[in-house]
Design a protein around this ligand. Structure first.
Ligand SMILES: Nc1nc2c(ncn2[C@@H]2O[C@H](COP(=O)(O)OP(=O)(O)OP(=O)(O)O)[C@@H](O)[C@H]2O)c(=O)[nH]1
Ligand SMILES: [Mg+2]
Length: 285
């Protein structure tokens, strides 16, 4: 039986940890078990229960305080992730082996992890060996995407993760609830990949016509090959969260091999007594 995983990636502050806790709450409401592993060795705040925490293995602060290493925060994080890649047995032990389990991996926000460092690819290969079907979930903050040249940089980041990891990937624009109605309307065109080549940048910030041409050419290329598409994510919109989850589940075929579970047996006698009491109350009042 396969196991299922989402690798939750994206730039710093894009909403990865919030996405994980939103998904846990959403799944609980549907009686579905989703667990989270924190893979950020510098994490300080997250409000979901963790099944495993990389900080038990290694912490950025310890690496930075080490006199022989002398790393800053970014180098320290890369060191921690390489140490993690050399110690996957820690993860194996922490995950155990439960069939059908569904795990979200809350990754760190250093973009170089998804563009050229090998750690995430090694993690994916390891998870696949443990029979996980893995979907990459790449988050980008919608507030940084309202202008076309910023959008292109988000597209490129998502694309490089997609190309380097070679797994199905769902790209998400987070924090949609923070957008003004005008910005929301503006961003709608970025949610439809067929529209990329039609994009015109009206902002005054770009004066260079060459730059505008380049932006348009890249948009056209992405459009022609339908390579990158974004789904909106508003943590307050249950319907929208469900759509995102359906896309991810579909990409890893979650549910296809699930065994039918008998519904919980109802204690009929207890249920009848309750109905009788309610009925009597209604009649006497
Ligand atoms: N309004 C709103 N705020 C959000 C949303 N998602 C995240 N935030 C806020 O954005 C900030 C960063 O969110 P995190 O979930 O910590 O982002 P992250 O990607 O895990 O950050 P790093 O782990 O530091 O890379 C927090 O203050 C969140 O409350 C959202 O959908 N809506
Ligand atoms: Mg985080």
């Amino acid at each position: 039986m396969p196991r299922y995983a989402q690798l939750v990636m994206g730039p710093a502050g894009s909403g990865k940890s919030t996405y994980c806790s939103t998904m846990v709450q959403h799944s609980q409401a549907f009686n579905r078990s989703v667990q989270v592993v924190n893979l950020d060795p510098a994490a300080e705040h997250f409000d979901y229960p963790v099944m495993a925490d990389i900080r038990e293995l290694i912490q950025v602060d310890d690496v930075m305080e080490d006199d022989s290493l002398r790393f800053g925060p970014n180098g320290g994080l890369v060191f921690c992730m390489e140490y993690f890649a050399n110690n996957f047995d820690w993860l194996e032990e922490s995950l155990g082996h439960v069939e059908d389990d569904y795990i979200l991996f809350d990754c760190p926000g250093q973009i170089e992890l998804y563009t050229h460092l090998p750690v995430m690819k090694q993690l994916v290969e390891q998870l696949q060996q443990w029979e996980f079907r893995v979907c990459g979930v790449f988050l980008v903050d919608s507030q940084f995407m309202v202008e076309s040249f910023k959008f292109i940089s988000g597209v490129m980041a998502a694309l490089s993760a997609m190309v380097s990891l070679e797994i199905p990937q769902v790209n998400i624009m987070t924090k949609m609830d923070l957008l003004s109605p005008k910005a929301k309307k503006e961003i709608e065109k970025y949610l439809d990949p067929d529209m990329y080549s039609m994009m015109e940048d009206n902002s005054d910030t770009i004066r260079s016509t060459k730059f505008k041409k380049l932006t348009k050419a890249i948009c056209g290329l992405i459009d022609d090959y339908s390579m990158v598409r974004f789904l909106p994510f508003d943590r307050t919109d249950e319907e929208g969260i469900n759509i995102v989850l359906q896309h991810i589940d579909f990409s890893i075929q979650y549910g296809e091999d699930l065994e039918f579970k008998e519904p919980k047996e109802v204690d009929e006698e207890a249920a009848n007594i309750n109905y009788d009491e309610i009925f009597e109350d209604k009649v006497s009042s």
